[in-house]
Design a protein around this ligand. Structure first.
Ligand SMILES: *Cc1c(COP(=O)(O)O)cnc(C)c1O
Length: 403
Protein backbone atom coordinates (compact mmCIF):
# COMPACT_ATOMS: atom_id res chain seq x y z
CA UNK A 1 0.00 0.00 0.00
CA UNK A 2 2.65 2.49 1.05
CA UNK A 3 5.07 1.15 -1.58
CA UNK A 4 2.63 1.84 -4.38
CA UNK A 5 2.44 5.49 -3.34
CA UNK A 6 6.14 6.07 -3.59
CA UNK A 7 6.60 6.70 -7.29
CA UNK A 8 4.30 7.68 -10.08
CA UNK A 9 5.11 8.33 -13.70
CA UNK A 10 5.03 11.81 -15.07
CA UNK A 11 4.54 11.87 -18.83
CA UNK A 12 6.20 14.32 -21.14
CA UNK A 13 6.42 14.41 -24.92
CA UNK A 14 9.65 12.47 -24.78
CA UNK A 15 8.60 9.77 -22.40
CA UNK A 16 8.27 9.08 -18.73
CA UNK A 17 9.93 10.58 -15.72
CA UNK A 18 9.30 8.77 -12.47
CA UNK A 19 8.71 11.05 -9.53
CA UNK A 20 8.12 10.41 -5.90
CA UNK A 21 4.69 11.38 -4.72
CA UNK A 22 5.45 13.90 -2.03
CA UNK A 23 4.26 12.73 1.34
CA UNK A 24 5.03 16.00 3.08
CA UNK A 25 2.55 18.76 2.43
CA UNK A 26 5.19 21.26 1.35
CA UNK A 27 6.08 21.18 -2.34
CA UNK A 28 6.85 23.30 -5.37
CA UNK A 29 4.24 22.98 -8.09
CA UNK A 30 5.72 23.73 -11.50
CA UNK A 31 3.44 24.66 -14.39
CA UNK A 32 5.27 23.34 -17.45
CA UNK A 33 2.72 24.85 -19.83
CA UNK A 34 3.52 28.31 -18.45
CA UNK A 35 7.22 27.70 -19.04
CA UNK A 36 6.45 26.88 -22.64
CA UNK A 37 4.38 30.07 -22.99
CA UNK A 38 7.29 32.05 -21.58
CA UNK A 39 9.65 30.58 -24.18
CA UNK A 40 7.16 31.40 -26.93
CA UNK A 41 6.83 35.00 -25.71
CA UNK A 42 10.61 35.37 -25.65
CA UNK A 43 10.93 33.80 -29.10
CA UNK A 44 8.34 36.18 -30.53
CA UNK A 45 10.43 39.15 -29.35
CA UNK A 46 13.85 37.93 -30.46
CA UNK A 47 13.15 36.06 -33.70
CA UNK A 48 14.86 35.11 -35.93
CA UNK A 49 17.42 34.71 -33.13
CA UNK A 50 17.59 31.26 -31.57
CA UNK A 51 16.71 30.66 -27.93
CA UNK A 52 19.04 29.03 -25.43
CA UNK A 53 17.33 28.52 -22.06
CA UNK A 54 19.44 28.51 -18.95
CA UNK A 55 18.69 25.39 -16.90
CA UNK A 56 21.56 25.87 -14.45
CA UNK A 57 21.08 25.58 -10.69
CA UNK A 58 18.38 22.92 -10.95
CA UNK A 59 16.51 25.02 -13.53
CA UNK A 60 16.62 28.04 -11.20
CA UNK A 61 15.21 25.80 -8.47
CA UNK A 62 12.26 24.58 -10.56
CA UNK A 63 13.57 21.01 -10.89
CA UNK A 64 15.66 20.19 -13.94
CA UNK A 65 14.39 16.58 -14.12
CA UNK A 66 10.92 17.83 -15.04
CA UNK A 67 11.74 21.08 -16.82
CA UNK A 68 14.45 19.84 -19.20
CA UNK A 69 12.62 16.93 -20.91
CA UNK A 70 9.44 18.98 -21.26
CA UNK A 71 11.01 22.15 -22.65
CA UNK A 72 13.60 20.53 -24.92
CA UNK A 73 11.42 20.46 -28.07
CA UNK A 74 10.67 24.21 -27.77
CA UNK A 75 14.22 25.51 -27.48
CA UNK A 76 17.29 25.55 -29.70
CA UNK A 77 19.99 25.23 -27.11
CA UNK A 78 20.29 24.60 -23.38
CA UNK A 79 22.75 26.34 -21.07
CA UNK A 80 24.14 25.32 -17.69
CA UNK A 81 26.82 26.77 -15.46
CA UNK A 82 28.92 23.75 -14.54
CA UNK A 83 30.01 20.50 -16.16
CA UNK A 84 28.05 18.26 -13.77
CA UNK A 85 24.83 20.00 -14.76
CA UNK A 86 25.59 19.24 -18.41
CA UNK A 87 26.26 15.58 -17.60
CA UNK A 88 22.98 15.45 -15.67
CA UNK A 89 21.08 16.71 -18.73
CA UNK A 90 22.57 13.94 -20.86
CA UNK A 91 21.67 11.40 -18.18
CA UNK A 92 18.10 12.71 -18.35
CA UNK A 93 18.11 11.87 -22.05
CA UNK A 94 18.47 15.41 -23.39
CA UNK A 95 19.91 15.40 -26.91
CA UNK A 96 19.76 19.13 -27.82
CA UNK A 97 23.07 21.01 -27.73
CA UNK A 98 24.16 21.96 -24.21
CA UNK A 99 26.52 24.86 -23.48
CA UNK A 100 28.46 24.82 -20.23
CA UNK A 101 28.97 28.51 -19.55
CA UNK A 102 31.18 28.43 -16.48
CA UNK A 103 34.92 28.05 -16.32
CA UNK A 104 36.49 24.64 -16.91
CA UNK A 105 39.87 23.30 -15.85
CA UNK A 106 41.98 21.77 -18.65
CA UNK A 107 41.78 18.30 -17.06
CA UNK A 108 37.98 18.26 -17.35
CA UNK A 109 37.92 18.94 -21.08
CA UNK A 110 37.64 15.22 -22.11
CA UNK A 111 34.21 15.02 -20.42
CA UNK A 112 32.90 17.47 -23.01
CA UNK A 113 33.63 14.93 -25.71
CA UNK A 114 32.28 12.02 -23.71
CA UNK A 115 28.96 13.78 -23.06
CA UNK A 116 28.80 15.85 -26.24
CA UNK A 117 28.73 19.17 -24.39
CA UNK A 118 29.75 22.55 -25.78
CA UNK A 119 32.83 23.93 -24.10
CA UNK A 120 33.21 27.59 -23.19
CA UNK A 121 36.77 28.69 -23.84
CA UNK A 122 38.29 31.88 -22.59
CA UNK A 123 41.78 30.72 -21.74
CA UNK A 124 44.57 29.58 -24.09
CA UNK A 125 45.38 26.59 -21.85
CA UNK A 126 41.81 25.31 -22.08
CA UNK A 127 41.80 25.80 -25.84
CA UNK A 128 45.02 23.81 -26.08
CA UNK A 129 43.63 21.03 -23.87
CA UNK A 130 40.47 20.94 -26.00
CA UNK A 131 42.45 20.65 -29.23
CA UNK A 132 44.59 17.87 -27.76
CA UNK A 133 41.59 15.93 -26.41
CA UNK A 134 39.68 16.22 -29.67
CA UNK A 135 42.77 15.21 -31.66
CA UNK A 136 43.43 12.09 -29.63
CA UNK A 137 39.76 11.05 -29.69
CA UNK A 138 39.52 11.74 -33.42
CA UNK A 139 36.34 13.73 -32.80
CA UNK A 140 35.21 17.31 -33.29
CA UNK A 141 34.61 19.30 -30.13
CA UNK A 142 32.10 22.16 -30.07
CA UNK A 143 33.52 25.34 -28.62
CA UNK A 144 32.16 28.79 -27.82
CA UNK A 145 34.69 31.53 -27.18
CA UNK A 146 33.84 33.77 -24.26
CA UNK A 147 34.81 37.40 -24.42
CA UNK A 148 34.81 39.55 -21.31
CA UNK A 149 33.57 42.99 -22.34
CA UNK A 150 33.20 44.48 -18.88
CA UNK A 151 32.10 41.83 -16.38
CA UNK A 152 35.63 41.04 -15.14
CA UNK A 153 34.55 37.51 -14.20
CA UNK A 154 35.86 35.18 -16.84
CA UNK A 155 36.55 35.42 -20.49
CA UNK A 156 39.44 36.85 -22.37
CA UNK A 157 39.18 40.66 -22.17
CA UNK A 158 38.02 42.42 -25.31
CA UNK A 159 41.28 44.34 -25.67
CA UNK A 160 43.38 41.17 -25.73
CA UNK A 161 41.05 38.70 -27.45
CA UNK A 162 42.72 38.65 -30.86
CA UNK A 163 45.37 36.08 -29.89
CA UNK A 164 42.76 33.64 -28.63
CA UNK A 165 40.69 34.07 -31.79
CA UNK A 166 43.77 33.42 -33.91
CA UNK A 167 44.73 30.40 -31.82
CA UNK A 168 41.18 29.00 -32.14
CA UNK A 169 41.40 29.10 -35.94
CA UNK A 170 44.48 26.89 -35.91
CA UNK A 171 42.71 23.99 -34.15
CA UNK A 172 41.33 21.75 -36.88
CA UNK A 173 39.55 19.40 -34.47
CA UNK A 174 37.63 22.21 -32.84
CA UNK A 175 34.32 23.42 -34.20
CA UNK A 176 34.30 27.06 -33.11
CA UNK A 177 30.54 27.20 -33.24
CA UNK A 178 30.00 30.27 -31.09
CA UNK A 179 31.38 33.42 -29.57
CA UNK A 180 29.72 35.28 -26.72
CA UNK A 181 29.83 37.83 -23.97
CA UNK A 182 27.83 38.55 -20.83
CA UNK A 183 26.32 41.81 -19.57
CA UNK A 184 27.09 43.21 -16.15
CA UNK A 185 24.26 45.78 -16.04
CA UNK A 186 21.57 44.82 -18.51
CA UNK A 187 18.65 44.63 -16.10
CA UNK A 188 18.54 48.16 -14.74
CA UNK A 189 17.13 50.69 -17.16
CA UNK A 190 19.22 53.47 -15.69
CA UNK A 191 22.41 51.73 -16.80
CA UNK A 192 21.09 52.01 -20.36
CA UNK A 193 19.91 55.58 -20.08
CA UNK A 194 21.96 57.60 -17.61
CA UNK A 195 25.62 57.26 -18.38
CA UNK A 196 26.71 59.34 -15.37
CA UNK A 197 27.95 56.54 -13.17
CA UNK A 198 30.63 55.25 -15.54
CA UNK A 199 30.74 58.06 -18.05
CA UNK A 200 29.00 55.82 -20.62
CA UNK A 201 25.93 53.58 -20.89
CA UNK A 202 27.36 50.32 -19.63
CA UNK A 203 25.45 47.77 -21.76
CA UNK A 204 25.96 49.64 -25.03
CA UNK A 205 29.63 50.11 -24.21
CA UNK A 206 29.92 46.34 -23.68
CA UNK A 207 28.15 45.82 -26.97
CA UNK A 208 30.56 48.17 -28.76
CA UNK A 209 33.53 46.28 -27.30
CA UNK A 210 32.00 42.99 -28.46
CA UNK A 211 31.55 44.39 -31.99
CA UNK A 212 35.18 45.43 -31.95
CA UNK A 213 36.18 41.82 -31.21
CA UNK A 214 33.83 40.46 -33.88
CA UNK A 215 35.34 42.80 -36.47
CA UNK A 216 38.42 40.54 -36.40
CA UNK A 217 36.56 38.08 -38.62
CA UNK A 218 35.54 40.73 -41.15
CA UNK A 219 39.00 42.23 -41.25
CA UNK A 220 40.51 38.87 -42.10
CA UNK A 221 37.65 37.86 -44.40
CA UNK A 222 36.91 34.91 -42.18
CA UNK A 223 33.44 33.58 -41.47
CA UNK A 224 32.49 34.46 -37.93
CA UNK A 225 31.25 31.67 -35.66
CA UNK A 226 27.66 30.61 -36.45
CA UNK A 227 26.28 31.52 -33.04
CA UNK A 228 27.10 35.00 -31.80
CA UNK A 229 25.28 35.64 -28.53
CA UNK A 230 25.14 38.09 -25.67
CA UNK A 231 21.65 38.72 -24.29
CA UNK A 232 20.57 37.53 -20.86
CA UNK A 233 17.04 38.33 -19.60
CA UNK A 234 17.77 42.01 -18.95
CA UNK A 235 19.15 42.51 -22.44
CA UNK A 236 16.24 40.61 -24.03
CA UNK A 237 13.92 43.13 -22.40
CA UNK A 238 15.99 46.27 -22.78
CA UNK A 239 18.45 45.91 -25.63
CA UNK A 240 17.27 44.53 -29.01
CA UNK A 241 20.66 45.34 -30.60
CA UNK A 242 22.12 42.54 -28.46
CA UNK A 243 20.10 39.65 -29.89
CA UNK A 244 22.59 38.54 -32.60
CA UNK A 245 22.07 34.85 -33.51
CA UNK A 246 20.88 33.59 -30.14
CA UNK A 247 19.70 34.84 -26.73
CA UNK A 248 20.22 33.26 -23.29
CA UNK A 249 17.21 33.83 -21.04
CA UNK A 250 17.40 32.55 -17.48
CA UNK A 251 15.11 34.22 -14.97
CA UNK A 252 12.71 35.49 -17.68
CA UNK A 253 12.10 31.93 -18.89
CA UNK A 254 10.81 31.13 -15.40
CA UNK A 255 8.41 34.08 -15.68
CA UNK A 256 10.31 36.41 -13.38
CA UNK A 257 11.55 39.87 -14.37
CA UNK A 258 15.21 40.41 -13.50
CA UNK A 259 14.55 43.77 -11.88
CA UNK A 260 11.49 45.71 -10.77
CA UNK A 261 12.34 48.66 -13.01
CA UNK A 262 12.92 46.63 -16.15
CA UNK A 263 11.13 47.28 -19.45
CA UNK A 264 8.33 44.71 -19.63
CA UNK A 265 8.69 44.19 -23.37
CA UNK A 266 7.97 40.46 -23.06
CA UNK A 267 4.91 39.24 -21.16
CA UNK A 268 5.75 36.27 -18.96
CA UNK A 269 4.27 34.81 -15.78
CA UNK A 270 5.81 32.78 -12.96
CA UNK A 271 5.53 29.03 -13.33
CA UNK A 272 6.20 27.97 -9.74
CA UNK A 273 3.84 27.83 -6.79
CA UNK A 274 5.26 26.99 -3.39
CA UNK A 275 2.52 25.31 -1.40
CA UNK A 276 2.04 23.84 2.01
CA UNK A 277 -0.72 23.01 4.45
CA UNK A 278 -1.57 23.92 8.01
CA UNK A 279 -0.27 21.19 10.36
CA UNK A 280 -1.20 22.88 13.64
CA UNK A 281 -3.79 25.47 14.60
CA UNK A 282 -4.29 27.05 18.03
CA UNK A 283 -5.12 30.19 20.00
CA UNK A 284 -2.00 31.98 21.22
CA UNK A 285 -2.79 33.96 24.35
CA UNK A 286 -1.85 37.61 24.85
CA UNK A 287 1.69 37.96 26.20
CA UNK A 288 2.79 34.47 25.03
CA UNK A 289 5.73 34.99 22.66
CA UNK A 290 6.04 32.81 19.57
CA UNK A 291 9.10 30.72 18.54
CA UNK A 292 12.86 30.86 19.22
CA UNK A 293 14.16 34.04 20.72
CA UNK A 294 10.60 35.17 21.52
CA UNK A 295 10.78 37.80 18.81
CA UNK A 296 7.03 38.29 18.41
CA UNK A 297 4.29 38.62 20.97
CA UNK A 298 0.66 39.71 20.69
CA UNK A 299 -1.17 41.93 23.20
CA UNK A 300 -4.40 40.09 22.46
CA UNK A 301 -5.35 36.46 21.89
CA UNK A 302 -4.95 35.42 18.24
CA UNK A 303 -5.15 32.25 16.19
CA UNK A 304 -1.74 31.10 15.02
CA UNK A 305 -1.10 28.25 12.61
CA UNK A 306 2.06 26.25 12.00
CA UNK A 307 3.34 25.67 8.47
CA UNK A 308 5.76 22.74 7.91
CA UNK A 309 8.41 24.63 5.97
CA UNK A 310 11.51 26.38 7.24
CA UNK A 311 14.93 27.69 6.42
CA UNK A 312 16.18 24.18 5.59
CA UNK A 313 13.67 24.32 2.74
CA UNK A 314 14.98 27.70 1.62
CA UNK A 315 12.40 29.82 3.45
CA UNK A 316 15.07 32.19 4.69
CA UNK A 317 15.44 32.69 8.45
CA UNK A 318 16.41 36.30 7.88
CA UNK A 319 12.87 37.02 6.65
CA UNK A 320 11.49 36.45 10.17
CA UNK A 321 8.38 38.56 10.96
CA UNK A 322 8.26 40.04 7.43
CA UNK A 323 6.66 37.57 4.99
CA UNK A 324 3.01 37.37 4.14
CA UNK A 325 1.58 33.96 3.31
CA UNK A 326 -1.78 33.08 1.79
CA UNK A 327 -3.92 30.84 4.00
CA UNK A 328 -7.25 29.77 2.54
CA UNK A 329 -7.01 32.49 -0.10
CA UNK A 330 -6.23 35.39 2.25
CA UNK A 331 -2.91 37.06 3.10
CA UNK A 332 -1.62 36.89 6.66
CA UNK A 333 1.52 37.85 8.54
CA UNK A 334 4.27 35.34 9.34
CA UNK A 335 5.22 35.75 13.02
CA UNK A 336 8.08 34.64 15.26
CA UNK A 337 11.51 33.30 14.31
CA UNK A 338 11.39 31.11 11.19
CA UNK A 339 12.65 27.68 12.35
CA UNK A 340 14.57 25.08 10.36
CA UNK A 341 11.45 23.10 9.51
CA UNK A 342 8.44 25.22 10.48
CA UNK A 343 7.11 28.71 10.92
CA UNK A 344 4.02 30.31 12.39
CA UNK A 345 1.40 32.64 10.90
CA UNK A 346 -0.96 35.01 12.70
CA UNK A 347 -4.57 34.63 11.53
CA UNK A 348 -5.87 37.14 14.10
CA UNK A 349 -9.54 36.20 14.59
CA UNK A 350 -9.86 33.98 11.50
CA UNK A 351 -10.11 30.21 11.62
CA UNK A 352 -8.07 27.48 9.98
CA UNK A 353 -7.98 23.71 10.31
CA UNK A 354 -5.40 21.03 9.81
CA UNK A 355 -4.81 20.52 6.11
CA UNK A 356 -5.89 24.00 5.00
CA UNK A 357 -3.99 25.36 2.00
CA UNK A 358 -1.02 27.65 2.52
CA UNK A 359 0.72 29.42 -0.38
CA UNK A 360 4.19 30.80 0.27
CA UNK A 361 4.81 31.83 -3.33
CA UNK A 362 2.42 32.04 -6.24
CA UNK A 363 -1.19 32.82 -6.90
CA UNK A 364 -4.23 31.56 -4.98
CA UNK A 365 -7.60 30.85 -6.58
CA UNK A 366 -8.83 33.97 -4.73
CA UNK A 367 -6.48 36.10 -6.84
CA UNK A 368 -4.10 36.88 -3.96
CA UNK A 369 -0.48 36.50 -5.07
CA UNK A 370 2.99 36.40 -3.64
CA UNK A 371 5.77 37.07 -6.14
CA UNK A 372 9.39 35.92 -6.03
CA UNK A 373 10.21 39.64 -5.83
CA UNK A 374 8.20 39.87 -2.58
CA UNK A 375 10.22 37.07 -0.98
CA UNK A 376 13.36 38.71 -2.32
CA UNK A 377 12.46 41.99 -0.64
CA UNK A 378 11.73 40.29 2.71
CA UNK A 379 15.02 38.43 2.48
CA UNK A 380 17.07 41.40 1.32
CA UNK A 381 18.12 39.67 -1.89
CA UNK A 382 16.93 39.13 -5.47
CA UNK A 383 14.47 36.67 -6.99
CA UNK A 384 17.36 34.61 -8.41
CA UNK A 385 18.61 33.78 -4.92
CA UNK A 386 15.11 33.05 -3.64
CA UNK A 387 14.35 30.54 -6.40
CA UNK A 388 17.72 28.81 -6.44
CA UNK A 389 17.62 28.31 -2.67
CA UNK A 390 14.39 26.33 -2.52
CA UNK A 391 16.13 23.26 -1.22
CA UNK A 392 16.22 19.65 -2.36
CA UNK A 393 13.93 18.72 0.55
CA UNK A 394 11.02 20.44 -1.21
CA UNK A 395 9.58 17.97 -3.75
CA UNK A 396 9.00 19.41 -7.22
CA UNK A 397 5.66 18.43 -8.74
CA UNK A 398 5.25 19.09 -12.46
CA UNK A 399 1.99 19.53 -14.29
CA UNK A 400 0.67 20.67 -17.64
CA UNK A 401 -2.50 22.69 -18.15
CA UNK A 402 -5.32 21.11 -20.14
CA UNK A 403 -5.40 22.90 -23.49
C1 LIG B 1 22.90 32.73 -15.85
C2 LIG B 1 23.33 33.19 -17.17
C3 LIG B 1 22.40 33.74 -18.07
C4 LIG B 1 20.97 34.01 -17.72
O1 LIG B 1 20.87 35.16 -16.93
P1 LIG B 1 19.44 35.76 -16.55
O2 LIG B 1 19.72 37.07 -15.95
O3 LIG B 1 18.84 34.80 -15.57
O4 LIG B 1 18.68 35.81 -17.81
C5 LIG B 1 22.85 34.06 -19.35
N1 LIG B 1 24.15 33.86 -19.69
C6 LIG B 1 25.06 33.35 -18.84
C7 LIG B 1 26.45 33.17 -19.29
C8 LIG B 1 24.68 33.00 -17.55
O5 LIG B 1 25.59 32.50 -16.72
Amino acid sequence: MIESHMRRPHFTRKGKIFMKIPLRPTHLLVNLTQLRRNVEAIRARVQPAKVLVMLKANAYGHGVEGVAPYIEPYVDYIGVAVLDEGVRLRELGITKPVLVAGGTLPEHVPYYLAYDLTLTVSHPAVLQAAAAAAESAGKQMKVHLKIDTGMERSGVRWYEAKALLQQSLRCRQLDIEGIYTHFANSETLESHETPKKWGYAYPSEQLARFHEVLSFYEKHSLPRPRLVHAANSGAILNLPESFFDMVRPGILFYGIYPDRGVLRSVQVAPAATWKSQVVYSKITQAGHPVSYGSLWVSDHAVRTVTVPCGYADGYFRRMTNQPKVIVNGKKYQQVGRICMDQFMVNLESDDADLGDEVILLGKAASGEQILPEDLAEWAGTNAYEVMTNISARVPRVFFQEEE
